[in-house]
Design a binder for this molecule. Structure first.
Ligand code: ADP
Ligand code: TYD
Length: 206
């Protein structure tokens, strides 16, 4: 793939600061005069946002694990076709709050990892140029997340144990993909985290 832009994803458990930090990075890069597309998954395109409501609202057992994997993948394909690829072709910096690593962790958790990887190869086939993994204590992140009241609680309802497993899994993934994934300590003050991420991205752009 030879697209001109830069594709940056943010990963980490719920409440780790992804939304806060993606916004801060987008503001910074826009101020330097770059075109920035700030987006998120699940969602990011009109069709994928409809799928988002299906997967994030309702009872935790609303979908089987397999169906849920297909829904997340369908949403991602639409998001890529309609938003991410066109933006990268224009030379924009695409900042995406969660991408395929979230599927590897969350949908891959129940013995489905091989299916997750196969479906990714078949239908998605791209990785971000750079992934910022915001790492922090699961209990603290969960209490941050819980202080936001939203209807999108299907996953937050899974609780602390899942968050701890996801944290460990994300760190293991960062070991495997050391060239792509940079781990940032999210337990520090917001501005400190923002500054470190800005430096990592600037180095990548230079
Ligand atoms: P995520 O998108 O990863 O779920 P958010 O960016 O929404 O996380 O942050 C979750 C909550 O924690 C928000 O209320 C946010 O204002 C707060 N928050 C984010 N970063 C920090 C930080 N470094 N220190 C303290 N609170 C934070
Ligand atoms: P998000 O809105 O990013 O939640 P938060 O801001 O609390 O981190 O994502 C909602 C949930 O969707 C989150 O718990 C993780 C889950 N998710 C998956 O299970 N698979 C995926 O592929 C993606 C992108 C998200």
């Amino acid at each position: 793939m030879n697209r001109r832009g830069l594709f940056v994803s943010f990963e980490g458990i719920d409440g780790s600061g992804k939304s806060t930090q993606t916004r801060a990075l987008a503001d910074y890069l826009e101020n330097t005069g770059r075109e920035v597309v700030l987006t998120r998954e699940p969602g990011g395109s009109p069709g994928a946002e409809e799928i988002r409501a299906l997967v994030l609202q309702g009872e935790p057992d609303r979908w089987s694990a397999e169906t849920e994997l297909l829904l997340f993948t369908a949403a991602r394909r639409d998001h890529l076709e309609r938003v991410i690829w066109p933006a990268l072709d224009r030379g924009a910096v695409v900042i995406c709050d969660r991408f395929a690593d979230s599927t590897r962790m969350y949908q891959g958790r129940s013995g489905l990892r091989r299916k997750v990887d196969a479906l990714h190869d078949l239908m998605i086939g791209v990785e971000p140029d750079l992934t910022i993994l915001i790492d922090m204590d699961a209990r603290e992140a969960l209490s941050r997340a819980k202080s936001r009241a939203t209807a999108e609680e299907r996953f937050e309802d899974f609780g602390l144990q899942l968050q701890e497993r996801m944290r460990t899994g994300f760190l293991a993934l960062a070991q495997v993909h050391g060239n792509r994934i940079r781990v940032v300590d999210g337990s520090r003050a917001t501005a400190t985290v923002t500054a470190e991420i800005r430096d990592i991205v600037e180095a990548r752009l230079a």
